[in-house]
Ligand binder design. Structure first.
Ligand code: DON
Length: 573
């Protein structure tokens, strides 16, 4: 049985502050540091966990650039935010240098080489949901470590050892868990025991977890030290690879040593688009997020959202109708570009998206059953986490990374101390069968050996007049795309400062099911009644998204937006 180290501490000094409860524009004092309105000049990190944001800012203060800080934050989140931060998962990075160079890194997981189209179907051809969601068979080949190695190799300034060290320290010495984390770990106790009968650092044997308990992860610290010493070989080869394969054999998983050795992240050309004079730089496939985001922006651009107002009935109606059409396209046309010819140019054609909106009528909701994916011709060749970083030079990094579900497959690699993802559920397990986010798909996103599963993650950067304007992204499964979209229009159309744009209540539609989900108080009762009268099915739900974003103001300061829906924190200096 693994020794569980758990210390109760009495001091609570989390000192949360959500930057920008008040935003007073204009008054930047001097060159350095904070002004009176929660704005900063030199750099900023906004992430899902205060400790990870601290790590990122410490790297920036040491002279690291935004990519150095991003690598350090990714590894730190793998320690302090194990529900989504990871080395056993994957993600996407969008980068913009101070000089305006843009790039995108796809470190999404891949299906193992022996994966097959029907691997999650029973003998009657019905999906066995538990298999794609939990346990060893749910895991894709992890991409995060290779992604960080590649990002650092291309853009890093500090040494690799220096950027991995903070995560090693956090794993070795422990960190104090938040109240939210304590309650999550307690509620998952039984599931962790089921998939990890020998125990893991996440299981408290003495009692239940409490806020401020110290979570020490010594096995993870050893794995991180190997990654620190050997780079990608520390993870994809040697004892860590052996441990992953041994774990697979224990639980009927299929990832092999060769799968690990053959995993490589891919640099891809970002998707770019224009919206009301702003340039959107976002993630290309294997994520659907970037294409869908630009499609949504193009679909609503002809409408006077600003005049109609935030979350007014007309604004909501146009956005819902745009989302209905764009998500229908997503289900049919998007998949791993290395396996499927994604009709990118057609989907990003402004005329195409305007045409799609022409079937929408003001007097009644368009039933989703009548909206098919657009007929595009010639094909050309709920856990995730997002963080946004800017440095003093003006470089910007937007990373969304995930294990898919909260704590992924719930399998901790014995001896290596990290969770494996359950990303295989993001494939279309069977045409038309919904995944855990209710998303459907078909051929484009069918399972195939070594293929990447389609994602909704939408790490994005926005430029205005050739200069950095915003860094934005969020977790939230299928709601990611709409959350990023609504955050961007909250700033551009509704003039909100960054924190207000992040905090603002959201709503979501994804074609199927044909329902509009709303956060509490997102729509007032009159708006809701008006929309219901037109045939919209409006259903309340919990939090939508957990956006972490940074805005560069006209006067050159950074404003943070840390989502109050989580423990997220913006730290600038
Ligand atoms: O890649 C995707 O789209 C999903 N695996 C993301 C999962 C997610 O955002 C869960 N977070 N709440």
């Amino acid at each position: 049985m693994l020794k569980i180290i758990k210390h109760h501490t009495s001091v609570f000094c989390l000192a949360y502050f959500l930057v920008g409860a008040t935003f007073i524009s204009g008054c930047v004092s001097g060159q350095l540091g904070k002004n009176n309105s929660g704005e900063y000049r030199n750099g900023m990190v906004v992430s899902a966990h205060p400790e990870a944001s601290e790590v990122g800012v410490a790297i920036l203060k040491k002279g690291g650039n935004a990519v150095d800080a991003a690598v350090a934050v990714q590894f730190a989140l793998a320690v302090v935010y194990p529900n989504a931060g990871n080395i056993g998962g994957g993600g996407f990075m969008v980068f913009r240098s101070a000089e305006g160079e843009i790039n995108a890194l796809d470190f999404r997981e891949k299906a193992a080489s022996s994966a097959g189209r029907d691997m999650y179907l029973d003998s009657a051809g019905k999906p066995i949901i538990a298999k794609s969601l939990f346990g060893h068979l749910a895991a894709g080949v992890p991409g995060s470590v290779d992604g960080m190695v590649e990002a650092h190799k291309k853009y890093g300034k500090l040494s690799w050892a220096a950027v991995v060290q903070p995560a090693v320290d956090l794993a070795q010495n422990g960190f104090k868990i938040t109240k939210r984390q304590a309650s999550e770990l307690n509620s998952l106790h039984r599931d962790f025991m089921k998939f990890n009968p020998d125990g893991t650092a996440f299981i408290s044997l003495e009692s239940t977890w409490k806020e401020n308990d110290l979570l020490v992860q010594s096995e993870l610290a050893n794995t991180l030290k190997l990654v620190q010493e050997k780079g990608r070989a520390g993870f994809y080869e040697g004892v860590v690879a052996d441990a992953i394969v041994a774990e697979m054999q224990k639980g009927k998983g299929i990832i092999t040593k060769a799968d690990l050795q053959n995993y490589h992240s891919v640099w891809r050309k970002p998707i770019t688009g224009d919206y009301r004079g702003y340039k959107i730089i976002t993630m290309p496939p294997t994520s659907s997020g970037g294409i869908a985001l630009v499609q949504l922006l193009q679909s609503v651009e002809p409408y006077p959202l600003k005049r109609w107002g935030h979350n007014s009935d007309s604004t909501v109606q146009v956005i819902v109708e745009a989302e209905r059409r764009v998500y229908a396209d997503r289900a049919t046309h998007l998949g791993d570009p290395d396996f499927y010819n994604v009709p990118k140019n057609e989907l990003l054609d402004r005329n195409y998206n305007t045409q799609r909106m022409s079937t929408f009528r003001w007097d009644s909701a368009t039933p989703s059953s009548t909206v098919l994916a657009g007929n595009v011709k010639g094909k050309e060749h709920e856990e995730t986490t997002h963080f946004s970083i800017v440095d003093r030079y003006g470089n910007a990094v937007s990373i969304t990374t995930t294990l898919n579900g909260s704590y992924g497959s719930l399998v901790v690699v014995k001896g290596a101390g990290f969770l494996l993802n359950n990303e295989m559920d993001d494939f279309s397990v069977k045409p038309g069968a919904p995944n855990m986010y209710g998303l459907v798909g078909g051929e484009a996103n069918a399972i195939a050996p070594n293929k990447r599963m389609l994602s909704s993650m939408t790490p994005s950067i926005v430029e205005k007049d050739g200069k950095l304007f915003m860094v934005v992204g969020t977790p939230g499964g299928s709601t990611i795309i709409t959350s990023v979209f609504q955050t961007i229009i909250n700033v551009i159309d509704f003039g909100m400062p960054m924190q207000a744009a992040v905090s603002a209540k959201k709503f979501h539609h994804q074609w199927l099911p044909d329902e509009v989900y709303t956060e509490k108080d997102a729509l007032d009762s009159i708006t809701t009644e008006k929309l219901k009268a037109k045939g919209y099915r409006i259903l309340p739900r919990g939090a939508i998204g957990r956006v972490d974003a940074i805005l560069k103001t006209k006067w050159g300061a950074y404003q943070g937006g840390a989502d109050p829906r989580g423990d997220d924190k913006a730290i600038g200096y």
